[in-house]
Design a protein around this ligand. Structure first.
Ligand code: BG6
Length: 473
């Protein structure tokens, strides 16, 4: 209730992310009373979408599409009424700065700024400089979309620019996977239970798979994809962050310092990628997209091996895989366990696997072997399952927000954290730079890009990478 008034400035306000995720998140936060009571949204971009009235109509349509039946007419009117548009570019932010100040005067004392840069990596630096020049970084929190830079050198440049114009405590590098309930649950599972952590290391775990296939193709994002590719779009970001959560040491606390220190430590121990242990692919038909070059060799699929060279994980391969236009949409983390040190039963297939399904109906599953019912002492296998959507939420100790049983969508959660000034679930400069360092060998020495059919599990060459195969196949 006591959140100060906010002016939200959204760069890239007519883009795909704004439409699919950010405006719906503003709506949900406002409609459920989690947002500041007083706020204004200024959409921005290089090109005007028309008058404010026209922009509002577009936002209304976008919200109606994204929310369907969920949209409440009054709440929709309320949000749309707070929206306006102001063009701005790296060279010219004067009108925008004036619009922000005007909105602040309207909202009253103590208004804060939330600046959201949903712009391509190449446009980031100029925009940040403009914000500094116009004095917009005062009283501001700045959200920077991924990918953060395109390689180590450009990420370092961006960090240097940020350092010139704004404090690190005001910078929120967003990786929306960290906003997913099921991803945060990895920490709850590991550190709130006595059962799992003792088995969470190289003595028990044979390999880890972090597998994020997607059925969708380009969805109109051809030009973005041409400048990033799957490695930058997914691997150095979402998949590596998942690896961080799976592999980190006990952070000691769930706060911005502790959690990010623990993640950064894992990333420091990551072995730089070995291009001979990576397979790149491109789905057939990718080059037919109007925004894609006819001879493009941008990868839409990556499978690779990572190693965390520390006491806990030495010798355990982490297999990462992701791709567009694949057979299924999943976000599956699998810890495959070693065989038991016992001779009573042996030779039975289906090793123990702890499977974290981070999809829309998140669940945790443990594959176990058990006795086959009947007179013989023979084996079969089954699964223990926990549906996270059905976890009882009344039982825990009276936190303020315990009554908000509704799970928050990732962007919703993270935007709320920005408004609350909580950086725990945002990535830090040292983490991001280290991840670029790890990925850089693959950018420098690109393996061949194999074609793969739409709807498949990717190129043949990647099918047998992990010992025992992929869990998803
Ligand atoms: C985005 C990528 O960051 O994440 C997209 O740019 C990808 O290419 C998306 O499809 C996946 O996010 P989610 O939340 O749908 O799993």
């Amino acid at each position: 209730d006591d959140l100060p008034p906010h002016v939200l400035v959204l760069f890239g306000a007519t883009g795909d992310l704004a439409k699919r995720k950010l405006f719906p998140a503003f709506y949900r936060l406002a409609a459920s009373g989690l947002f500041p009571r007083e706020f204004a949204v200024i959409g921005s971009g290089r090109h005007s979408p028309g008058t404010d009235e026209e922009f509002r109509a577009q936002v209304r349509e976008v919200l109606a599409d994204a929310l369907g039946d969920e949209a409440d007419a009054d709440a929709l009117d309320d949000l749309v009424g707070r929206v306006s548009f102001q063009t701005a570019s790296a060279d010219d932010g004067a009108d925008l700065a004036a619009a922000v100040r005007e909105a602040e005067e309207r909202l009253g004392d103590g208004a804060r700024r939330l600046l959201y840069l949903s712009v391509p990596p190449g446009a980031m630096d100029g925009m940040i400089r403009m914000l500094g020049r116009e004095g917009l970084t005062d009283r501001a929190r700045l959200v920077v979309e991924k990918p953060f830079g395109l390689d180590l050198a450009s990420a370092r440049d961006l960090d240097a620019t940020l350092d010139e114009v704004i404090g690190e405590d005001q910078v929120f590098r967003i990786d929306h996977f960290l906003g997913k309930e099921a991803v945060q649950n990895i920490l709850a599972l590991r550190f709130a239970n006595g059962l799992f952590e003792p088995a969470w290391d190289r003595h028990s775990v044979a390999q880890v798979q972090i597998d994020v296939p997607e059925e969708l193709g380009l969805e109109g994002r051809g030009s973005f994809y041409e400048s990033t590719g799957a490695l930058r779009d997914m691997v150095s970001t979402h998949l590596s962050q998942l690896l961080g959560f799976v592999a980190l040491e006990d952070p000691g606390a769930f706060d911005a310092g502790a959690l990010r220190d623990a993640k950064a430590a894992v990333f420091r121990d990551l072995r730089p990628l070995d291009p001979s242990r990576a397979v790149l692919g491109q789905f057939e038909g990718y080059r037919d997209d109007e925004d894609v070059a006819d001879d493009s060799d941008v990868e839409t699929f990556v499978a690779l091996e990572m190693h965390v060279d520390n006491e806990r994980w030495r010798g355990v391969p982490f297999w990462l895989r992701t791709g567009k236009a694949m057979a299924q949409t999943r976000r599956t983390v699998t810890l495959r366990f070693r065989e038991p040190d016992s001779h009573v039963f042996h030779g039975y297939p289906c090793p123990n696997e702890l499977v974290l399904e981070l999809t829309d109906d998140p669940r945790v599953q443990v594959d176990v072997r058990a006795k086959h019912p009947g007179p013989a002492m023979s084996l079969t296998h089954g699964a223990l399952r926990l549906d996270l959507g059905e976890v009882d939420h009344t039982g825990h100790e009276g936190e303020d927000e315990a009554h908000h049983a509704r799970p928050l969508e990732a962007y919703e959660r993270l935007l709320l954290d920005v408004v609350r000034g909580d950086q725990t679930l945002f990535t830090r400069a040292d983490e991001v730079e280290r991840l670029w360092e790890v990925v850089q060998p693959l950018l420098d020495e690109r393996p061949e890009v194999h074609p793969y059919p739409v709807g498949s599990w990717g190129p043949e060459a990647a099918a047998d990478l992990p010992a025992g195969g992929w869990r998803l196949r």
